[in-house]
Design a binder for this molecule. Structure first.
Ligand SMILES: [Zn+2]
Length: 378
């Protein structure tokens, strides 16, 4: 293995000069093949940046770090080659991006190993890409599109928890985006004259009224007749600086027997999950099941756009099946929608109480809640 130091000349030095130029550590047009004082200075700067021993000499470690640094994420396909593992800064970027998205690519080390491939395949499977374990153009595009906008790995989820704890138990001043699904040209489920977009719009308004009564800032993500995209709904919550997003839907099934309530939160299904989202989904599910007696279809992690792109904790509730006669009949009743709205509000309150609440699930009424909130405000 070559060792290059001040005073050396030749093509290997020219290569190092051009790499340092590409990294903006040397003027890129400097050319030449001499290891002079400016090259030594640039090598030291590079070594410092990379946490290498700073000696101004290009030995094996510095040489391979320089090579790694020439690879930019997306400029070449990356795959697991057992005999000659691919390494480079682009592999490092891939590993970091997978980790941000909650895929366990192992400790980022810039070497494409078996664990990186496993994480990449899981990502490709979850996002509906070709599952080949190769980071090619399509996968790069998906990763670039997702990474800056999504909630990240565990540190992000810890920050979410900390924000909820710091926000305190009172509802007053908290900003909630209520997201009634569908709308505009998209009615959602329509069965026997009952339309999802209308049911959830009405439910959103009932919830909004109750939230505002407690001093919360409730915002609805769409107009009565508009149907923004999922990404736009998330952007609305992000721009509003929302504390939580609650997406409201009803479900459908080919079988008229399918019925019940399910709640969804952000999670990849392989252990990475928004902790706050999961907690809120749990409270919501339990309150709604206890209050309505509807079938418990449980909580589930999903990477749906509205959950993925919303920066604050977000949940989506599928309140009943409009294709089921019993669920449909109940949801058509405004008094029932009041019960649902109340259950959702109490679930939000429980989230901020951090479990410090002796009221059994399903018994905390809107009036109880209003009384304690208003007593606090005085
Ligand atoms: Zn829907």
């Amino acid at each position: 293995m070559l060792v290059l130091r001040r005073g050396d000349t030749g093509p290997a030095v020219a290569e190092i000069r051009s790499t340092l130029g590409a990294l903006d550590l040397l003027p890129s047009n400097s050319g030449g093949d001499t290891f002079d004082g400016t090259v030594e200075h640039a090598v030291r700067a590079f070594q410092q940046r990379r946490g290498l021993i700073i000696d101004g000499i290009v030995g094996p470690a510095t040489y391979s770090a320089l090579r790694d640094a020439t690879y930019h994420f997306g400029n070449r396909p990356l795959a697991y080659l057992v005999s000659a593992p691919v390494r480079g800064d682009d592999v490092f970027a891939l590993q970091e991006r997978l980790l941000e998205l909650g895929y366990d690519a192992g400790r980022p080390n810039g070497v494409f190993g078996a664990q990186t491939e496993h994480a990449l395949r899981n990502f490709q499977r979850d996002y509906g890409l070709l599952v080949d374990g190769i980071c090619g153009a399509g996968t790069v595009r998906a990763l670039k599109q997702l990474s800056p906008r999504t909630r990240g790995g565990r540190p992000v989820f810890l920050r979410e928890q900390e924000r909820v704890r710091r926000a305190g138990p009172w509802l007053r001043g908290k900003r909630i985006v209520i997201d009634p699904g569908h709308g505009g040209d998209d009615p959602g489920v329509a069965a026997f004259g009952v339309t999802e977009s209308e049911i959830v719009w009405d439910l959103a308004r009932r919830l909004e009224g109750r939230m505002k009564a407690t001093g919360m800032e409730a915002l609805i993500s769409r107009g009565p007749a508009s149907g923004p995209s999922e990404a736009d709904r998330a952007a609305f919550a992000n721009e509003a600086g929302a504390d939580l997003l609650l997406s409201l839907h009803c479900d459908r099934n080919q079988s008229p027997h399918a019925q019940g309530i399910a709640t969804f939160h952000y999670g990849t299904g392989n252990g990475t999950s928004s902790t706050v989202g999961e907690a809120l989904a749990g409270f919501l599910q339990r309150e709604l099941v206890a209050r309505t007696g509807m079938l418990d279809c449980r909580t589930h992690p999903k990477t749906w756009e509205v959950l993925l792109y919303t920066r604050c904790p977000a949940v989506r509730a599928e309140v009943g099946y409009l294709t089921n006669a019993e669920d449909r009949r109940r949801l058509s009743d405004p008094a029932f929608r009041d019960v649902v709205a109340e259950g959702i509000l109490v679930a939000v309150k429980r989230l901020y109480l951090l479990g410090e609440n002796d009221q059994p699930t399903g018994t905390f009424t809107f009036n109880d809640l209003l009384r304690t909130e208003l007593a606090k405000a005085e």
